[in-house]
Write a protein that binds this ligand. Structure first.
Ligand code: NAD
Length: 519
């Protein structure tokens, strides 16, 4: 049976979307529908000169944009919020055709930019307002902290959440008064292109938000060399390359990278809820969520109970290619990525691990499908034991003491997300605080942390530098200007002044300040 594509996915619509991508060379990349492997559209590929031109246009528009009062800028995003929700189904169609994820994950992804918009529409006026700090000499001096936009921000986005990462990070940079040049992954450029068209429909000035396309190593250097700040989401290996180049250019960057995220089940956990959480944590988005779970640590006393229920749930999952809400798990993003996931499983088995369930590709379902897979006996000398697999594959481990579980959870170079399950919340929280991870969820996998837009969310160790969300998620896109005023010439020695008197006066001034300011 041939798969019926969503009605919104017409050739004319796709052509219109990709016409925004500059390409003076005329080179293209074949963007495919994941479920069938058929070419959907030829995606233009940008040359270094195209990228430079994109920055020049964004910079010109940004000079005007930064002069707009904040309330006028925010009005654009209030309108965009409505448009993003009104068009969520079309966005979902695009996310699904280009990424192969199941429909539930695609529609949930479409909701992230509206959540980010509503948070910063409320919060930005406070965060971007000038703040009087007071100068060194009371009454005679002032110092004001002023937030200036960085200029043009380069945003580099991955394929696993192309709309959420491509849009939400860019929108935050725009709210702060910047222009943006976005480089999506070639495989998943359609949904962000649609997002930009909705932002322009909402009143975003044309030219302010540019998009360039190409393979990362071709586009990356010119993009970073022209940007005033880089927001990167992707693998730890690429993050290192981006960070090095940003460092050489002395520009700031935020790096949101990979994980090898642990889940610790405590002996008092509600097992049915824990299993349900693990099913989402491991198989949600076909295991391609940076915050998803790849290692589960269980107390000896509950291991068999968890394993029986979890394996049954994994085997009952409906896996398939469909643009309706039927399948509970969709495809991996590409045949290449499927091969990578498979290689992790094969390597583990060759080194002594056991496949409890799954472990195989499913070419009968589509070119990039892989079974929900549960392993036992995974050790750190295996690829799946030490590095991110980024697929529907998890390893089960036993522990005998909570200290051992914490030590095992921390025995990784990553530190992006962790999940702790237990009925005694204060005990679970004390375990959570000992985990070296930028995010830790109790009795949840990731949604509670990621959807808390008021709290910074980022990785520690090799999982990243900086954070999105929270106050710093916006202020990182600004430079601070310290605007200082001296109302009367009172500071420093005057020519011909008696230095003994000057020193005495200065020290007594400091003593007075100690009395009034330090209590
Ligand atoms: P990737 O690092 O291969 O690619 C990410 C983006 O960087 C793509 O657009 C790619 O084209 C581009 N790129 C690649 N090489 C580049 C270079 N030299 N210069 C500039 N750009 C370059 O990652 P991926 O495989 O697309 O995405 C999956 C990874 O992303 C996983 O490791 C996942 O954990 C991580 N991720 C992290 C977060 C987070 O918030 N921490 C969120 C989503 C995904």
């Amino acid at each position: 049976m041939t798969l019926q594509r969503p009605a919104s996915i017409t050739d004319a619509f796709l052509q219109k979307l990709v016409s925004r991508v500059p390409s003076t060379s005329g080179g293209t990349w074949k963007l495919t529908e994941v479920y069938s492997g058929e070419v959907l559209v030829e995606l233009p590929q940008s040359t270094p000169a195209d990228i430079e031109q994109a920055f020049a246009s964004a910079r010109k528009a940004q000079h005007e944009w930064a002069k707009w009062p904040l309330s006028k800028r925010l009005a654009v995003f209030k309108r965009a919020h409505k448009l993003f929700l009104d068009n969520a189904v079309t966005t979902t169609d695009l996310i699904q055709v280009e990424s192969g994820k199941n429909r539930r994950m695609a529609i949930e992804e479409s909701c992230d930019p509206p959540m980010v918009m509503s948070h910063y529409i409320k919060r930005a006026p406070k965060l971007l307002a000038s703040t009087k700090r007071g100068g060194p000499v009371p009454f005679l001096t002032t110092s004001t902290e002023i937030r200036q936009p960085k200029g043009v921000v380069g945003v580099i986005a991955p394929w696993n959440f192309p709309f959420a990462t491509g849009m939400s990070d860019a929108i935050t940079a725009l709210i702060a008064g910047n222009g943006v040049v976005l480089k999506p992954d070639n495989k998943t450029a359609l949904s962000p292109l649609y997002g930009i068209s909705m932002l322009e429909e909402a009143g975003l000035p044309k030219g302010l938000f540019q998009v360039v396309c190409g393979e990362g190593p071709d586009v990356g250097p010119t993009l970073i060399d022209n940007a005033n700040y880089v927001m990167f989401t992707g693998s730890t290996a690429t993050g290192r390359v981006i960070g090095e180049r940003a460092g050489r250019n002395l520009i700031g960057c935020c790096l949101e990278l990979g994980g090898k995220n642990p889940m610790i089940v405590l002996d008092d956990a509600n097992m049915d809820e824990t299993v349900q959480g693990a099913v989402f944590g491991v198989f949600g988005n076909t295991g391609q969520i940076c915050m998803h779970i790849e290692r589960i640590y269980l107390p000896e006393s509950r291991y068999d109970e968890f394993k029986t229920k979890f394996v049954a749930a994994a085997e009952a999952l409906k896996v398939g290619a469909s643009y309706d809400f039927g399948p509970e798990m969709g495809s991996l993003v590409s045949p290449d990525h499927k091969d990578r996931v498979q290689s992790h499983v094969e390597d583990a088995v060759a080194k002594g691990a056991t496949v409890v369930t799954g472990g195989k590709a499913r070419p009968d379902l589509g070119p990039a499908f892989f079974e929900p897979t549960i392993l036992e006996g995974v050790t750190k000398d295996m690829l799946a034991g030490a590095t991110e697999t980024f697929g529907p594959v998890v390893a089960l481990h036993r522990y005998s003491t909570v200290d051992e579980a914490v030590a095992l959870a921390n025995d990784t170079e990553y530190g992006l997300n962790a999940s702790v399950w237990g009925a005694d919340l204060s005990r679970a929280e004390s375990v959570a605080r000992r985990i070296e991870s930028g995010n830790v969820n109790i009795n949840d996998i990731l949604a509670t942390a990621f959807a808390s837009k008021g709290t910074p969310s980022g990785g520690v160790k090799q999982s990243g530098v900086g954070a999105r969300h929270g106050d710093q998620g916006l202020t990182k896109y600004t430079d601070v200007q310290n605007l200082a005023v001296l109302k009367k010439q009172v500071m420093g020695a005057r020519p011909g002044q008696d230095y003994d008197a000057y020193v005495k006066g200065m020290l007594s001034g400091l003593r007075m300040m100690r009395k009034t300011r330090i209590r």
